[in-house]
Design a protein around this ligand. Structure first.
Ligand code: CP
Ligand code: NVA
Length: 309
């Protein structure tokens, strides 16, 4: 059966734990190597990843490109403007054609239904490089980063501040799969999709919603935020104003555990969702988190292509 990765639950908790462990091993095995050198076992030699971007990207684009290179394969970067997708060729036909020519497809798009359609018609793995609904690859990197910094995931306390968006959905999904707790502090009208919390709670995670940023971070191990205006959303002063009480500041961070870590998937807007002294301060793991996109994406590719879990 083709192994698609549209959401974290497509892999499940055991496979995600295996992805994290594999990423730690592979990262250690190539420490200080040139970044383009192929891993000693070149597990995906001869494989080609097609990447389709219908939205901007720096990290996802570069990390998947470097990931497949390090695994011994190659990538093709496509976008709507220069392919027939931009002229109305269907996702279904694009999926069928790319499946005949390439070994896996990574797509970043807007409507999650598009990636579901792609997966329905593709006969090679389809990987979600972000949709309006979720960003599972980012969260594999976040989990790897947290584990690398000595936090045991089960029972850990995560605090999310700001917008109830795609990144939060995947964090909540991870909480259910890996048994940690998430306190979500968002303004009214910007709550995450309730189905993610319901699924995580059914798996034993505690997911709570508050309007009080201080309550969310109290005693937290991990404090996370993201842009207040995601790609595809209109810049709205009203939304920015509603988000302001949820800005991650040094004062807010003092409510978390003294050793608490700060995460942000980037790109960041210093002075909006987080102040510069937090994101550039000692508790911030953002550069490890960004680098770990490569190591995490390698694990996702290995899992999807049947080399892991
Ligand atoms: N975090 C993340 O997905 O970054 P890009 O938008 O640059 O890919
Ligand atoms: N929530 C953000 C994440 C960017 C990586 C967005 O969708 O734009």
């Amino acid at each position: 059966m083709t192994k698609h990765f549209l959401n974290l639950s497509d892999a499940g908790g055991d496979a995600i734990a295996a992805m994290i462990a594999n990423a730690i091993d592979r990262k250690a095995a190539r420490a200080s190597w040139p970044k383009g050198r192929v891993d000693a076992d070149a597990p995906l030699a001869g494989h080609t990843l097609a990447m389709i971007f219908e939205k901007n990207s720096t990290r996802t684009r570069v990390s998947f490109d470097m990931a497949i290179r390090q695994l011994g394969g190659t990538s093709l970067i496509l976008d709507s403007a220069t392919t027939q997708l931009g002229r109305g060729e269907t996702i279904a036909d694009t999926a069928r054609v790319l499946s005949r020519m390439c070994d896996a497809i990574m797509i970043r798009t807007d409507d999650h239904a598009k990636i579901e359609e792609m997966a329905h018609y593709a006969t090679v793995p389809v990987i979600n490089g972000l949709t309006d609904l979720s960003h599972p690859c980012q969260i594999v990197a976040d989990l790897l980063t947290v584990v690398e910094h000595g936090v045991a995931l089960p029972g850990s306390q995560w605090a999310w501040l700001g917008d109830g968006n795609n990144v939060l959905h995947s964090i909540i999904e991870a909480a259910g799969l890996l048994k940690f707790d998430v306190r979500v502090a968002v303004p009214e009208g910007y709550e995450p999709d309730a189905s993610f919390a319901a699924a995580a709670q059914a798996q034993g995670a505690r997911i709570s919603l508050t309007r009080d940023a201080g309550e969310a971070v109290a005693g937290a191990d991990i404090v996370v935020t993201d842009t207040w205006i995601s790609m595809g959303q209109a810049h709205a002063e009203e939304k920015l104003a509603a988000m302001m009480p949820y800005q991650v500041t040094p004062a807010l961070m003092t409510g978390a555990k003294p050793q608490a870590k700060f995460l942000h998937c980037l790109p960041a807007h210093r002075g909006e969702e987080v102040t510069a002294d937090v994101i550039d301060g000692p508790q911030s793991l953002i550069w490890d988190e960004a680098e770990n996109r490569i190591h995490a994406q390698k694990s996702v590719l290995l899992w999807a292509l049947g080399h892991l879990g």
